[in-house]
Design a protein around this ligand. Sequence first.
Ligand code: GDP
Ligand code: MG
Length: 367
Amino acid sequence: MPLNCGIIGLPGVGKTTIFTALTRVKAETSSYGSSAKNPNLGIISVPDQRLDRLAAMFKPKSVVPATVEFVDIAGLGSAASKKEGATNQFLSHIRDSAVLVHVVRCFDNPDLPHSTGRISPADDMEIIHMELALADLETIDKRAEKLQKELKDPGKKKEAEAELAAFAKIRPLLQEGKPARNAVLEREEAEAVRRSFLITTKREIYVCNTDEDGVKAGNPYIEAARRQAEAEGAEAVVICGKFEAELAELQSEEDKAEFLSELGLAESGLSALIHASYRMLGLRTFFTAGEDECRAWTIHLGDKAPVAAGVIHTDFEKGFIKAEVYHFEDLMTHGSEHSVKLAGKLRQEGREYVVQDGDVIFFKFNL
Ligand SMILES: Nc1nc2c(ncn2[C@@H]2O[C@H](COP(=O)(O)OP(=O)(O)O)[C@@H](O)[C@H]2O)c(=O)[nH]1
Ligand SMILES: [Mg+2]
């Protein structure tokens, strides 16, 4: 299951523009979800120069990048969302997301009035946060009724008490429009509250959607969004949605690089966003590399070798014997796998080995 990122924000801030640009990144691997009910679902390759360099070295038949799934979730902050209340379908999509990518408008365009009447990232954020907090309040109230019954069941009493204790800390925050993730919870409370799938416990990344001028000169909207993000301890990424949509259409990497450098950017804002989502979830990448295939795999920070093997195939985890490991940087330093071996940089690692970001691994297992 790829990491799912839900793109949220007020109407007209540029969610669909950014989504469209994203899904054109490496168009050959983009695909749309099979369900017609989710038209705006795209699987996106995680750009990784290390994988490109492995491919240049091994010249494999296939190159498979890590993937991230983005969903364009419309409807928050619109009249429809107020009418239907918190149980509406927008929120059900958000519940499936691991990260919320919150787009705020940081561009002027007199022809395109903002839905709130004025451009203010901090206000945009607050409106969306209030709506999500209200949805969670509703969830909590419904769930609390159910938990009252569970208190009478000796088998369920302890967990129900912990969850209700968590609610008591979370509720006042939500009432102020603050997220549940700000609550300071005991370990049992934190575990129990996961059962209610609150939206505001999810991590959030801000995307400041600006225009070309905004990227070049910096603008007060972006400054305001950054200040707000910093106060919340969140990351803010600047993306020029319309420009990125054009950039994504370009086939040649050189053209893209030239386009970017004209704006004084080293990396496309989309890559920055994908990488930020990755970091936020504590995700790491290891590689398998050979003449058949070079591939990037996603694991969590701290995962041990058998778990990493299990990402490739569950049988690899069950039958794990050992991992032969070297680091991507060693390969770059020594120039070939053979030279890495001669330099003594190829290691045999066992079950307790914690896989590092950038490891290139060959697993030994028996089935
Ligand atoms: N000037 C400017 N217009 C943009 C930018 N991003 C989006 N737009 C325009 O804003 C309008 C709404 O964008 P859309 O992506 O549909 O917003 P959504 O409602 O959040 O999905 C469209 O007309 C876009 O062309 C931008 O960076 N600069
Ligand atoms: Mg849209």
